[in-house]
Design a protein. Structure first.
Length: 339
């Protein structure tokens, strides 16, 4: 009986996950996904990949991944990008794949502040293998038995193809940044049921922060000492999609080349219940070559619990191509979080 109830609860939660956007912990290591306005924000060329494994302690897996490329063309004050993202959930046998073209335009306000506007157009594929799925209506809670065979109670299409669009704005200066974005402007259909319609609601996001410089240190490079950048940034990321909203608060410490981060994910909520989801711990390395590696772990503090869910693991790998001008740093002037 308890196993049936547990499976039903997990099934419902997984469908809610796919009805909402994929949630990454390393927001700024996945910049085009966070906000199309980040396209070309390095003023150089960048490639990156992200991988997330959520709730690994459960028998069924939920994984998500992203790959992206962007380039800034100084002559056009424009950034151009390509992003691919996907997700797979093994319990409901559902998958999501999206490929998008991204464009941004940079407007210079003064010597140290800019505004970028971005837009993304995407093609989205949603697939389900419902012949392997046991629906909640097939579960007999009284007897603990399953009525019928997997998939036989389902009537609908197992493939959904649609177009989508996202947009965003980003302001940044020497020490601060602030961005807004809106995803799923076309509100694509996400229901597999033949007699029902369910559109993906628009996701609104607001994010920003401020970076404080600390006293620089020294890095010993055999014969020379170079300045070691030391700074701390504080920031927030608020998201609202349909009935769900969330505010993440965090801090990131940069002791070149190491990055240490801590986030709290939780409030606010529309319901009269505590919404404490997780604490996020981050370790990153920014190498002089332009290679950037990040690992984060979500420690669940929700009712789901850490022992039952296993939290979440996330990896990011980026490479920023160095400028031909040796006087120009490969890392952007953008003061935002690095991960």
């Amino acid at each position: 009986m308890k196993q049936i109830l547990f499976l039903l609860a997990i099934q419902i939660s997984c469908f809610h996950l796919f009805a909402q956007d994929i949630q990454y912990s390393q927001y700024y290591a996945n910049p085009l996904y966070l906000n199309p306005a980040f396209t070309g924000s390095t003023s150089l060329t960048r490639v990156g990949v992200n991988f997330r494994n959520q709730w690994p302690a459960l028998d069924q897996s939920f994984v998500a991944y992203t790959a992206y490329f962007d380039h800034f063309e100084e002559r056009l004050n424009s950034g151009f990008g390509l992003i691919f993202q996907g997700a797979q959930e093994s319990f409901t046998q559902t998958s999501l794949n999206e490929i998008g073209l991204v464009y941004s335009y940079r407007l210079r306000l003064n010597e140290k502040s800019y505004i970028q506007a971005g837009m993304q157009g995407s093609f989205v594929a949603r697939d389900a293998l419902f012949d392997r799925v046991i629906l909640g209506t097939q579960l007999n809670i009284d007897t603990g038995l399953i009525n019928g065979s997997p998939g036989e109670a389902f009537e609908g299409d197992s493939q959904i193809r649609s177009a989508d669009a996202h947009a965003g704005l980003l302001y940044y200066g020497e020490k601060s940044w602030f961005g807004v974005s809106a995803a799923h402007l076309l509100e694509p259909e996400i229901s597999y049921l033949a007699d029902n319609t369910n559109q993906l609601p628009i996701k609104y996001a607001v994010h920003g922060g401020y970076r404080f410089d600390l006293a620089p240190g020294d890095i010993n490079e055999f014969f020379n000492n170079t300045d070691q950048e030391r700074s701390v940034a504080v920031g927030f990321n608020y998201k609202q999609q349909g009935e769900f909203s969330q505010l993440d608060l965090g801090a990131e410490f940069f002791f070149e080349p190491l990055v240490l981060g801590l986030w709290y994910r939780g409030i606010p909520t529309k319901y009269e219940l505590p919404n404490n989801e997780s604490l996020i711990f981050l370790l990153g390395v920014n190498l002089p070559s332009g290679l950037e590696l990040g690992y984060s772990f979500d420690y669940a503090i929700s009712k789901l619990g850490f022992l039952s869910s296993g939290g979440a693991h996330e990896l990011s790998v980026r490479y920023v191509f160095s400028s031909k001008d040796p006087r120009k740093r490969y890392y952007p002037e953008l003061p935002s979080f690095r991960y």
